[in-house]
Design a protein around this ligand. Structure first.
Ligand SMILES: NC(=O)c1ccc[n+]([C@@H]2O[C@H](COP(=O)([O-])OP(=O)(O)OC[C@H]3O[C@@H](n4cnc5c(N)ncnc54)[C@H](O)[C@@H]3O)[C@@H](O)[C@H]2O)c1
Length: 262
């Protein structure tokens, strides 16, 4: 029998970046635990596939095709979720503007900085601004931001591949924004935590395969559990942070990386 502390029955969970990889796995974990889920993705076909996949668990599923970094889309999704599912109990701000093209500081263009860092942080702030008032009224809520292990530790170059300055900096700032939120909204019963995944092979790696083999060999070489992550590895942490199991946990950063950063 499952411990009821992990039960998410009748909870409403919104997940961005839900059309693939870990975002889809988070939706699945929520639905398996009894939640109603609003999956959000910029790719309409992908988010419909996620919705089809999780609708068999019995909770309501209301998918949205939307850009998680567009102010009008964010408002539309939040309003419609409340309209159709009644509230928002848990929010996974999982989507990112993922551009891992290697670029050192002097190689970073201002256009890319604005497109990746500024837009990412603006989106994260907007999700908080629009979901926190709903949670404040209930004096309860859980907000989970997906950052990245590399946002905590500036990985040395692998071969001649340097980390993408804009992407990493945006993720690190997102961690601080989430910690600040934990400080500011604890009195309203809102918890805010961060998941930092290590390397999980995913769509954006397949889209940009240069140096992938080198990167995977490097990761495997220093990962105690001797494999790279798969999307479903994030499920346990997602259920923990969404549920009563983490009722006294806020402002924390959880690394899920097979021990890479041990
Ligand atoms: N895969 C990794 O190794 C890794 C490591 C650390 C952190 N992350 C973080 O995990 C998240 C992505 O998870 P993944 O790698 O399993 O996913 P993925 O690359 O398999 O899929 C990303 C999904 O996000 C959607 N998406 C992209 N831009 C969007 C937008 N503007 N609005 C809404 N949806 C959008 C895509 O359509 C896709 O369905 C990102 O926050 C990324 O920074 C991934």
């Amino acid at each position: 029998m499952t411990n009821p502390i992990f039960d998410l029955s009748s909870k409403v969970v919104l997940v961005t970046g839900a059309g693939s990889g870990m975002g889809r796995a988070i939706c699945e974990a929520m639905a398996e635990s009894g939640a109603h889920v609003a999956p959000v993705d910029i790719n309409g076909k992908a988010v419909k596939e996620t919705a089809d996949l999780i609708s068999r668990y019995g909770g309501k599923v209301v998918p949205f095709t939307a850009d998680a970094f567009d102010a009008a889309d964010i408002k539309r999704v939040v309003d419609a979720t409340v309209e159709e599912l009644g509230t928002i109990d848990v929010m996974f701000a999982h989507a990112a503007i993922v551009d891992t093209t290697p670029a050192r500081v002097h190689e970073t263009t201002i256009e890319d900085w604005d497109r990746i860092v500024s837009a990412y942080l603006r989106g994260l702030l907007l999700w908080m601004k629009s979901t926190f008032p709903i949670m404040m009224k209930k004096r309860k809520g859980s907000f989970v931001t997906t950052a990245a292990g590399t946002a905590l530790w500036p990985l040395p170059p692998v071969g001649n591949l340097h980390l993408a300055t804009s992407y990493i900096t945006g993720k690190t700032a997102g961690i601080m924004l989430t910690k600040l939120a934990a400080r500011q909204y604890g009195e309203y019963g809102i918890r805010a935590n961060v998941i930092c995944p290590g390397y999980h092979r995913s769509l954006h790696h397949e889209a940009n395969p240069a140096g992938l083999k080198e990167m995977e060999d490097f990761v495997l070489g220093v990962t105690p559990l001797k494999r790279v992550g798969v999307a479903s590895d994030i499920k346990g942490l997602a259920i923990y942070l969404a549920s009563e199991a983490s009722s006294f946990v806020t402002g924390q950063v959880f690394v899920e990386d097979g021990g890479f950063m041990a």
